[in-house]
Ligand binder design. Sequence first.
Ligand code: NAG
Length: 258
Amino acid sequence: MGFIGFSFFCVYFLSLTIVLSTLNFFSVHPSAGYHDKPSLSAWPSHIVPLGQHMELQCDSPSDYYTFTLYKELGNPIPPIQGSPYQKKFVFGPVTTEHAGTYRCYGLNYHYAIKISANSDPVKIIISGIYKKPFLLALPTPLVNLGEKVTLECRSEIMFDTFILTSHKTGTIKGSFKLSAEHCHGGSQANFSIGPVTSDDAGTYTCYGSFNHSPYEWSESSDPIDIKITGKSMSPLGRREERNTLIFQLKIFYKRHGT
Ligand SMILES: *[C@@H]1O[C@H](CO)[C@@H](O)[C@H](O)[C@H]1NC(C)=O
């Protein structure tokens, strides 16, 4: 009796598999190339404070993909909330186990067979491991166009490296790394910026880290707002401004012209 039940289940399962594979055969787009590379992004940022949540999202122009995520080096990926095959991967509260280089690739829905190239890597940094360093703008955070400013990052902890990040409208625009110099029972680095352009205006913070764990950073320093002052404008800037004006006038005449 038990045997009959078992073989009935097997036949049922087998036919279900055949139906699924037939469906699958027809649903795979013939032009789906293995070189179709998905993009991986981290939200709200690739620098995640210890204990917070992060989201990694894999996207591809071919929207029938489901994805899997993997880590290149170090510890394996800690448990993911929800299914391991999806688009969005939510992690948290994060620990140092989450630090590392991630990539994703597209999968066939039914068989979990890899059908895309690997995405470019995203480095996830966990911050807040050590006490925050101190950031200072020398001589002042108000900088005249074309002049230089030094951002000094220092700590009483003997860090190996300091990282300066620049932010504009809440997102990280750039990051710069320098080896720390050890002095006065602490460590420091001077980031020299300039001659500045209006592009250098924004919020800056710095972090300290050690070479043995480059993906684990200190807490972020208090931010400094760099403001660019002065009226002088480069010839390029003038030309851009004039072109914008001409463009706006064209739009105006298109809308209001007779
Ligand atoms: C950074 O600049 C400050 C001020 O000019 C100076 O006192 C300090 O020695 C510099 N530190 C390094 C590591 O260059």
